[in-house]
Write a protein that binds this ligand. Structure first.
Ligand SMILES: Nc1nc2c(ncn2[C@@H]2O[C@H](COP(=O)(O)OP(=O)(O)OP(=O)(O)O)[C@@H](O)[C@H]2O)c(=O)[nH]1
Ligand SMILES: C=C(OP(=O)(O)O)C(=O)O
Length: 212
């Protein structure tokens, strides 16, 4: 997609590890872990791309299958990661590409129950602060970090990142504990919570195949 085709709105950067390497804590779920990791990422990206306030989704990944699929989707582009330098470095590839003048957000690629409605509501709130944060459902990690136009991009994802993001000046957005945006999935118990909220079709299909 060329820059001229990008409407005003948020650029959402979604980092996705190659599925063969990701979601290592999901082994207890009894499913094909690689297929599940990929499906979770694809459902997250699809929800972001369908969000009214989102004009552009930048997926930073070296997963060939994810890359081939989402590069066909409207309003989605892929940035190849190349050298593995970690999550924040991968995200920075996307935010630098978006430019400091754009409203930017980083959404982790493991939020498979995400609805466009919930992401849209969070981005509406994010427009009112310099930099915003949505903690995960446990309250210790982060699922979304935002920067409005002109704000310098910062992120410090990883275990217990919510506190670090606050120290970096991110304001908690008033997103309820039950929002689909907060339910990231690392473990089988978290996957069960996401299923209860209603996961996207790709994740549901992998789980259905495992149950058959
Ligand atoms: N592009 C990219 N994405 C990453 C990297 N590390 C994590 N991610 C993505 O960031 C999101 C959150 O990742 P984590 O839950 O921290 O890590 P994970 O490897 O998926 O899961 P675990 O193996 O259980 O730690 C997922 O969408 C990952 O695919 C990285 O180095 N590069
Ligand atoms: C990457 C993070 O967490 P998790 O590893 O739980 O996905 C985070 O919360 O910043």
């Amino acid at each position: 997609m060329s820059t001229s085709e990008i409407r005003d709105g948020w650029t959402v950067v979604v980092p996705v590890k190659p599925a063969a390497l990701g979601k290592t804590r999901l082994t207890a779920a009894g499913t094909d872990r690689e297929a599940l990791a990929r499906a979770i990422a694809l459902d997250t990206i699809a929800a972001a791309a369908a969000t009214p306030r989102v004009s552009h989704v930048l997926v930073v990944t070296d997963d060939a299958e994810v890359s081939a699929l989402v590069s066909q989707w409207p309003a989605v582009d892929v940035i190849a990661e190349g050298d593995v330098r970690g999550l924040d470095a991968a995200i920075a590839l996307g935010t630098v590409s978006a430019g400091q003048g754009a409203p930017r957000a980083a959404l982790l690629g493991d939020v498979p129950a995400l609805t466009p409605h919930d992401l849209d509501a969070a981005l509406e709130l994010a427009g009112q602060v310099e930099r915003g944060l949505v903690p995960d459902a446990e309250g210790t990690g982060s699922t979304l970090v935002t920067a409005r136009p002109g704000a310098v991009w910062v992120s410090a994802f990883g275990a217990d990142s919510a506190a670090r993001h606050r120290l970096l000046g991110c304001t908690d957005l008033a997103v309820s504990r039950g929002s689909t945006l907060r339910r990231d999935v690392d473990t089988a118990a978290q996957l069960a919570e996401a299923v209860a909220l209603g996961v996207g079709p790709r994740t549901a299909a992998v789980l259905a195949a495992a149950a058959a």
